[in-house]
Write a protein that binds this ligand. Structure first.
Ligand SMILES: Nc1ncnc2c1ncn2[C@@H]1O[C@H](COP(=O)(O)OP(=O)(O)OP(=O)(O)O)[C@@H](O)[C@H]1O
Length: 346
């Protein structure tokens, strides 16, 4: 991973002057980019090839709608972190464009970043400081933060992430989940229009995951756009309204989670003690991709009338306990789109 200081020099390395001509033709981050219908993040043909030759992100066209909880999904190594680092202006794209809150990145990083709360690659914490002192210090390092309201904002944020009781404890004594919540608190010290969270539940136990997920839902409910990356399909289904699916640096699909799942066909599921006979009959009836597991036989639902399938099973004296089509999941959509399984363990 490149360090921040190793950001590659680009054609426009300096900070964008406030009076840059583009600010006249396009509304600035205080007023644009989060009206309904607008993309809070819009990339066009965004591409990153690392110096070693690795094509990490390949022609990405991403649109993150305002107010969405947008899941950026893909197995490890699919280019999520590289994309996020380009969006945050930490590294230069090789080609293509990225606009965040209506402004081009990395050129407008200085004006855009104060509106974004980010949790990328784990929070940078001082273990010897308490949770509260970490936040006070973090806020003091932010030139846009008002020192007069610092203590109140820190207390309110600790409360918001459920760390009030542990605020005086040294951060090194925090569990991973508490550290992650403290990192989120740092991102929330000021009102933000966009939160960018890179694998926010990575490494957490199920309880820690639940806590972070419910916090994300809560943050989203007050209108903040949340962009979160994850390699966990069920996490995206549980938390996100929209998603983009990446594989090997390329965008496979994006849209509302409900639409993505609906695009994939569900599975026909027959529950029966007579699985062998059921599998045979279903095969005779043209059902493809039959899988037998315990007392369930599943397969691709046929185009025709399902009732006829059921009748064929009954005629063949298969004792049918359950018969139906299960709702397609995002995982089904992923498998249908890529032709391969999603490596959740990745
Ligand atoms: N600094 C770098 N130099 C060269 N190659 C890199 C660098 N950073 C990442 N890569 C490569 O680019 C590809 C995409 O990596 P990236 O970290 O963006 O993926 P990811 O989806 O975020 O995965 P992970 O969750 O493992 O970070 C990988 O093949 C990775 O090895």
């Amino acid at each position: 991973m490149e360090e921040l200081s190793a950001a590659e020099p680009g054609p426009e390395p300096g900070p964008e002057p406030e009076s840059a001509p583009e600010s006249e033709s396009e509304p600035g981050p205080a007023g644009a980019g989060d009206a309904p219908g607008d993309g809070v993040i819009v990339t066009r043909a965004l591409t990153k090839r690392y110096r070693g030759g690795q094509l990490a992100v390949d022609g990405l066209d991403l649109t993150v709608p305002a107010g969405s909880v947008f899941g950026f999904l893909g197995p490890n190594g699919s280019g999520k972190t590289t994309t996020i680092r380009m969006l945050m202006g930490l590294i230069e794209p090789t080609s293509g464009t990225a606009r965040v809150l209506g402004r081009p990145m990395p050129r407008s990083a200085r004006t855009v970043l104060p509106h974004i709360g980010a949790l990328i690659e784990g929070p940078a914490l001082y273990g010897f400081l308490s949770g509260r002192d970490n936040l006070l210090r973090y806020d003091a390092a932010d030139p846009t933060a008002d020192p007069r309201t610092r203590r109140t904002r820190v207390a309110a944020t600790l409360d918001r992430v459920g760390l009030t009781a542990a605020a005086g404890k040294k951060a090194k004594a925090y569990s991973l989940g508490m550290k992650q919540r403290l990192g989120l608190a740092a991102a929330l010290l000021q009102p933000r229009r966009l939160l960018v969270l890179d694998e926010p539940t990575n490494g957490l136990d199920p309880q820690g995951m639940r806590e972070i997920r419910s916090l994300v839902r809560e943050l989203a409910s007050d209108g903040t756009t949340v962009f979160l990356s994850s390699h966990l399909l069920d996490e995206i289904e549980q938390v996100c309204t929209h998603a983009a699916v990446m594989a090997q640096g390329r965008l496979i699909t994006q849209g509302a989670v409900a639409d993505l799942a609906a695009g994939a066909r569900g599975r026909l599921v027959v529950t029966t003690p007579d699985v062998t006979d059921a599998a045979r009959v279903l095969k005779e009836q043209g059902v493809a991709d039959i899988v037998v597991a315990e007392d369930r036989v599943t397969g691709e639902p046929p185009d025709g009338e399902l009732a006829e399938l059921n009748a064929a099973l009954v005629t063949a004296a298969v004792r049918v306990r359950g018969f139906g089509v299960e709702r397609a999941s995002l995982e089904d959509a992923f498998v249908a789109l890529t032709g391969e399984g999603f490596d959740v363990a990745g």
